[in-house]
Design a protein. Structure first.
Lengths: 983, 420
């Protein structure tokens, strides 16, 4: 379509509109629609008079008694461009303006300007959006977000039905829907899946610590998808809409401060949003920035189990975490609308989080290569996360029937351990640095029992030996409760009886970029009943991950340097911050056990101070452990190309159908290293030592696969307040880049496990069936019931493999489980108690629950079991009070226990060692109770207070049984008070 | 005829002189963290071949700290940890300036000796100064690499100059730490078997040396400690109970410490180490002393004087196992008597029982008789590929049985208890 034709059509339309409006009357009526959907609650005002009304449930309005003359009508509705219409009321008596189309603002949702009571408008809007959605979707608004006592958006979105959240040191890190595995849910920002780069989680799921909730306007939680959404989401999709361009002048400032009770240190939170619009309404912008600085601390407890044949404990670890996280975020949007039909916008965002993290750890080593010992360790590192990106969007209405929009975006995400202990960021010796001191004496713990190799009482003549068993694992029936393990070394070890053992620095540099994400969509309104949408989207992604190790040990092999042990008291020491009340949740068993350890300053200077008395090891190809690390770096490039075509059909009064097909092609190019064992080479270092080594050799994976993803959504309007939504779709999940990595396995030194990629791994596919009943009560209340079923093929999990010769360490390989399924039910209710009187009418409740049953068949196990990473039970209950100046909420979240990963040790000649689930790793249940209070103090000011994690429910993982924990971490309560300013 | 006779005498004289001038060399193979019972249950044809020909004991003991650093240091220096000062794997406090490793000690007497080591575990090279270990070539190889270790060792085993060669394998210990030190852990057994396979290639390479006929190699094998669960370091039998093998052209076939006695440990006080028992038990410090005795044999009185001059703790086994042609009355010492020496384990058993005995691999027979004297199982006139005979008694009910074994015209009756 050329420009002349467009102009021609424009002229015709304008002329037609002018002619149409040149007829006057005293009663005016019409219907307000947006893309064919009627808009209720639109405010209609006759300017320069006090006459006005709002549209009814069907979007219809009627204004009578308008004086004769020419007037302007103004139609305003949140999230939509204000519509003006000039009507001459002098020439005609009654007239029907017909359907008046209001259009959503550029970013669909724009900055919410709240004019009435605190936080009501957009909450109502959110309910309306939920109702109008063509998908099974829940919308959370910025105002809803601010009512939640959550500091990051992962925590905020957890309040929505069926959202499971993973935490990192007590803060929400990633979320998934319906309790499904974390990487099954697409987390999108402004409709695009962001690149991911995390410390130790290689999934494609974005980790939200870096992204402050203050930069988000709306969260769209989609459980059933339509073809215009990216298909890589079996669990659903969560789209975070960042703050859009302003609709009027806006300034909001929020300053908060408080205290983290466990860290015993202050925290603060500063953020602002500023936006404005030009007088001709053509140019608008907004900028927002956020700075959230908070200390944190955790009392952590870890049991390290040894052999896969028994539940013997190798190590009891008491770990005092502390540190400070600083999150800085910025978001800016600029929009230009030269006319009603063209809209161009640009958006940039940046987020950064620095986590200055310390750990003081005491280890009781019951079973170790250095004998039974006690070790005291400290770790420090600066964990740096960075996200940058932006997009340019354009939307153009070619004619009333055809609209096209396009978007080009670019993002980059990175993680690395920052400049410690060497000041600059490029030093490869920097990392997450651990200082390891060991007890001088070799010990024998007297709290062990004698059993056979399998942890059972030995039969006569059968060999037995000491083992540390807890709880019911002790066959003699007096195993310690994990809350009070009393290690009893035969020799008393005092705080002075430790000497320097080693320092090691873990290196991690992970980066992922989506240099180009481009899309083009067209919406064609065939007629009143049928709208056709089609589009294409392409994304180029590239990334790399590099993990390594650097080590310092005492230089004992140099004849000129004394080999005397370096005692701990030669260093400047301090107590672990919470030593005196450590793990008081368990009682007093672990109080005052941590030994005074190197001060943060001393950790920083130790390497320099010891200088020549240390010898160093670089993890290069000459290193004798290089075979463990050669797989630690890999690169990849992935091109995805997607196209879709879909139709929205209003089939009669009650039925609305949305269906179509999406096709996604993925082309993956990935390289990893393995050792070229065909040629053994020799290197002689300057001191004359020989090193036999292998050169690393590139292994390349090139793979292309096409996903065909049909879907159909059907909405059935039962009556004006209730509807039934049915959906069927096929979705998929791309394996992450670690799972498909060619070459040698990746070594996770903390876990002492190697993870071997599987270049033949299939993507997971799921056939999804959903049914949801939604009941709208008034304008603010919503009750839903739903059920879903997912038939999943090729679910991915890691299983210990026996296919290697060098299995001196546990090697896990990613594998597909052929068939599994999940069936679930969910319900939610949001009810204001406005039927009560006076004070009581301010109360309301919202609650939701998700229950699912899942099954997978692990090859080699006689019985099917619950799917890994699928949470069977989740619920939220929130009680709130909103009236007058006061808004307050108490919110409880519950995430039930679930299987994290089955223990699939398989050995030659034995097969699967564990046929039951007693050695599988589980995540324990978790409660989170949070309280928030805000009082509008003056005209522009709101005072608020928040208290988080009131129940101090721990993060917990366990092996098979709840009483056999692996990790337990307590984060304690956090309180904050603050002041918000809003123009 | 007379001429022919003269030629024969000449040839004999030449061969005797070749023996007399055969250069003595030492190959020490260390296998980390290998329990004695696991070595016995693993299928190790190459180690079995060394045992079948050489001197061995399945009942050697670690008298010191059952940790790699201290124990390897004891084998290499011939002294226990109170002297060499290595008490953990950091090696801090080590006293190698006072107590050298055996190649350095040997070079004090014979500076021309050429020594090479191939080590998988970095501290074994890096934590001792070269002037105290005496190796001419120190080769680091990938930890747990096994086959790479063999490949690297082969380069130096082909070098005719090499007099002392030390090869160290870590895989068995690494596997023990990862899944358990136990004969019941298939992964641990499999690790022993893969190291054994590599030892086969090393021994083959040794025999293939072009100068092999002019050399007299003493091959020593030992481990630093056993293990229990996934660790070691304490003083249980499973951690201390180790093994010892010495082989060579003139090493007599002999089982040492046949009684299986345990001299105790310097770590278990009281009672400490029984010095009388110690005399008949191979221990770690014996490695260095036996190697030194062997290498320095032509220095009059070197053993036992070296014990005093260098304050060594170990002893030499040479006098009781090494019989070079000049003093060896017969090439092979046949085992006397009509009683077959059989080691049997485990006992009691649930199903499998292993009998370990020497035989010339002619016809072997066994029968199992129950308490009522009835024959319940037998097998006659078969051949065995190794020294282990596995008999499955799983189908028999609980009780005491007699296993009667016949081989090489010798017999034995062993009592076994089956308990399901």
């Amino acid at each position: 379509m050329n420009l002349a034709r467009i102009l021609c059509r424009l002229i015709i339309i304008i002329t037609f509109s002018w002619c149409h409006s040149a007829i006057g009357q005293t009663t005016v009526k019409g219907q307000i629609v947006s893309n064919g959907v009627s808009l209720p609650g639109v405010s209609v005002a006759v300017l320069k008079t006090n006459i006005g009304t709002t549209s009814n449930e069907d979007g219809k309005f009627e204004i009578a008694g308008v004086p004769v003359g020419t007037f302007s009508l103004r139609f305003t509705y949140l999230g939509y461009d204000t519509l003006y219409k000039d009507v001459d009321f002098g020439t005609e008596r009654d007239a029907d303006l017909g359907k008046l189309n209001m259009r959503k603002t550029a970013r669909e949702m724009k900055a919410v300007t709240v004019t009435g009571k605190y936080a009501e408008g957009s909450a109502q809007e959110a309910i309306m959006l939920t109702k109008k959605s063509t998908r099974i979707e829940t919308v959370v608004s910025r105002e809803n977000l601010q009512k939640l006592p959550d500091k990051n958006i992962a925590e905020a979105v957890q309040r929505v039905a069926g959202v499971k959240m993973e935490r990192n040191k007590g803060e929400g890190s990633n979320v998934s829907l319906r309790g499904t595995p974390g990487d099954w849910t697409a987390t999108l920002v402004n409709g695009d899946r962001l690149p991911t780069a995390d410390e130790d989680n290689p999934t494609r799921t974005f980790e939200f610590e870096v992204f402050p909730s203050n930069l988000v306007d709306y969260i769209f939680v989609t459980r059933s998808i339509t073809p215009d959404i990216e298909g890589d989401n079996i669990g659903g999709a969560i789209n975070f809409q960042t703050i859009g361009p302003a609709e009027k002048k806006i300034l909001k400032i929020n300053a908060g401060g408080g205290q983290n009770l466990i860290a015993g240190k202050p925290l603060y939170d500063l953020n602002f949003v500023y936006g404005d619009i030009s007088k001709n309404k053509k140019l608008s912008f907004s900028i927002a920035a956020s700075d959230y600085t908070r200390p944190y601390g955790a009392d952590a407890f870890q049991l390290v189990y040894g052999s896969p044949f028994n539940h013997g404990i190798n190590k009891v670890e008491l770990k005092d975490y502390f540190g400070e996280r600083v999150t800085l975020g910025g978001n800016a949007t600029l929009q230009y609308r030269p006319n009603d039909r063209l809209k161009i916008a640009a958006h940039i965002m940046a987020g950064k989080m620095d986590d200055d993290k310390y750990q003081y750890k005491l280890n009781y080593n019951y079973s170790d290569g250095s004998g039974q010992r006690i070790r005291m360790l400290g770790t420090h590192g600066v964990l740096q996360r960075r996200i940058y990106g932006g997009d340019i969007t354009a939307e153009y209405q070619i004619n009333p029937k055809l609209t096209i929009n396009t978007k080009i975006a670019s993002y980059q995400n990175s993680f690395q351990y920052g400049p410690f202990p060497y000041g600059n960021n490029s030093d490869y010796r920097n990392g997450y640095v651990t200082y390891d001191f060991i007890s001088n004496s070799l010990l024998e713990f007297k709290d062990m029992v004698n059993t056979n190799f399998f942890g059972q009482i030995a039969k006569p003549g059968e060999q037995s030996g000491p083992i540390k068993l807890i709880g019911k694992d002790d066959p003699y029936g007096h195993g310690d409760n994990y809350k009070s393990i009393h290690p009893m070394p035969d020799i008393a070890v005092t705080a002075k009886d430790y000497h320097f053992y080693q320092v090691f620095s873990q290196y991690n540099h992970t980066i992922e970029k989506d240099p180009v994400v481009a899309q083009l969509n067209g919406i064609y309104k065939l007629n009143d009943k049928i709208t056709i949408k089609a589009g294409i989207k392409g994304r180029y992604k590239e990334g790399s991950r590099e993990q390594s190790l650097y080590q310092w040990i005492q230089q004992v092999g140099n004849p000129t340097i004394p080999t005397d042990p370096l005692p701990i008291q030669h260093f400047q020491l301090q107590d672990a911050p919470r030593n005196s009340s450590f793990l008081s949740e368990f009682g007093q068993a672990y109080e005052n056990k941590l030994v005074p350890f190197l001060t943060p300053g001393q950790m920083g200077s130790l390497i320099n101070r010891l200088g020549d008395t240390l010898r160093t090891y670089t993890m290069d190809k000459y290193n004798q452990d290089y075979r463990l690390w050669v797989g630690g770096h890999y690169q990849y490039a992935e091109t995805t190309l997607a196209g879709y075509m879909m139709a929205e059909v209003n089939a009669g009064e009650r039925w609305k159908l949305v269906g179509g097909l999406r096709v996604e092609e993925t082309a993956l190019h990935e390289t990893g290293d393995s050792l070229n064992v065909d040629t053994l080479l020799t290197y002689i270092d300057p001191t004359g030592n020989y090193f036999s080594y292998y050169e690393p050799k590139k292994q390349i994976l090139d793979r292309t696969y096409i996903a065909i993803l049909p879907s159909l959504n059907a909405d059935y309007t039962i009556n004006k307040n209730s509807q039934l939504r049915l959906a069927a779709s096929r979705t998929f999940h791309r394996p992450n880049f670690e799972e498909t990595k060619p070459g040698a396995p990746i070594y996770y030194v903390d876990k002492q496990e190697l993870y071997l990629g599987n270049t033949k791994l299939n993507p997971t596919y799921s056939l999804n069936f959903d049914a949801t009943y939604q009941l709208f009560i008034g304008k603010k209340d919503l009750i839903t019931f739903g059920g879903y079923y997912k038939y999943v093929t090729d679910h991915i999990l890691s299983a210990i493999t026996d296919a290697d010769d060098a299995a001196s360490l546990i090697i896990l390989q990613y594998k597909n489980v052929k068939k599994s399924f999940i069936a679930g039910i969910e319900a939610s209710a949001d009810k204001h108690f406005d039927f009560l009187n006076g004070f009581w009418s301010g109360f309301g409740i919202n609650a939701n629950i998700t229950y699912s049953y899942s099954q997978m068949q692990v090859p080699g196990r006689p019985k099917a079991q619950a799917m890994s990473e699928q949470t069977p039970l989740l619920y939220n209950i929130g009680v709130y009070y909103e009236k007058g100046r006061v808004s307050t909420k108490l919110a409880l979240n519950y995430t039930g226990p679930y299987l994290m990963s089955p223990n699939l040790v398989s050995l030659k000649g034995v097969g699967l060692v564990h046929k039951d689930t007693d050695f599988d790793l589980y995540r324990g249940e978790m409660y989170s109770l949070d309280y928030m209070l805000s009082v509008k103090a003056f005209k522009h000011f709101t005072v608020y207070a928040e208290a988080n994690n009131l129940l101090d429910s721990p993060y917990k993982t366990y092996i098979g049984q709840e009483w056999r924990p692996k990790r337990i971490e307590y984060y304690h309560q956090r309180v904050q008070v603050g002041l918000k300013f809003e123009l | 005829m007379k001429k022919l006779h003269l030629l024969f005498v000449l040839l004999l004289a030449m061969s005797v002189s070749a023996m007399a001038t055969q250069k003595r060399k030492v190959l020490f193979i260390g296998i980390d963290g290998t329990r004695s019972d696991a070595l016995q249950s693993a299928n190790t044809p190459n180690i079995d071949a060394l045992i079948a020909h050489g001197a061995y004991s399945y009942d050697a003991w670690c008298l010191g700290i059952t940790v790699s650093g201290p124990s390897w240091s004891s084998m290499f220096t011939g002294v226990w940890y109170p002297k060499h000062g290595v008490t953990d794997n950091s090696y801090s406090g080590s006293q190698f300036d006072k107590y050298h490793e055996y190649p350095a000690l040997a070079k004090q007497y014979k500076p021309g000796l050429y020594a090479a080591e191939v080590m998988e575990w970095p501290p074994l090279i890096d934590n001792i100064a070269n002037i105290y270990d005496g190796y001419n070539v120190r080769i680091h190889v990938p930890d747990g690499g096994t086959t790479t270790t063999g490949t690297a060792a082969l380069t130096y085993l082909a070098d005719t100059n090499v007099d002392i060669m030390t090869i160290y394998y870590d895989k068995v210990d690494l596997t023990g730490h990862s899944s358990g030190f136990s004969p019941l852990n298939p992964a641990y057994i499999s690790a022993i078997e893969s190291v054994d396979a590599n030892i086969g290639t090393v021994i083959a390479a040794l025999h293939a040396r072009p100068t092999y006929a002019y050399e007299d190699w003493l091959i020593l094998l030992m481990t630093d400690h056993g293990g229990i669960l996934t660790g070691h370091g304490a003083n249980t039998d499973q951690e201390r109970h180790i093994w010892f093998i010495a082989d060579g052209t003139y090493i007599a076939h002999k089982q040492l410490n046949l009684a299986g006695t345990d001299p105790g440990s310097y770590r278990i006080t009281p009672p400490g180490v029984d010095t009388t028992i110690l005399k008949s038990v191979p221990v770690q410090t014996d490695i260095a002393v036996t190697a030194l005795h062997f290498l320095l044999y032509d220095i009059p009185g070197i053993y036992p004087s070296i014990i005093t001059t260098d304050s060594l703790d170990g002893k030499s086994w040479l006098d009781s196992i090494y019989f070079p042609p000049t003093i060896m009355p017969t090439a092979v010492q046949p085992l006397a008597g009509t009683n077959l020496a059989v080691k049997m384990y485990p006992n009691p058993t649930t199903n499998l029982v292993t009998l370990w005995f020497e035989h010339s691999n002619t016809n072997i027979s066994y029968s199992v008789i129950n308490a009522m004297g009835a024959l319940v199982k037998q097998e006659n006139n078969f051949q065995m590929s190794g020294l282990k005979l596995n008999i499955d008694l799983g189908s028999l009910s609980d009780g005491t049985y007699i296993i009667h074994v016949e081989a090489d015209n010798k017999t034995v009756d062993k009592k076994v208890v089956i308990k399901h």
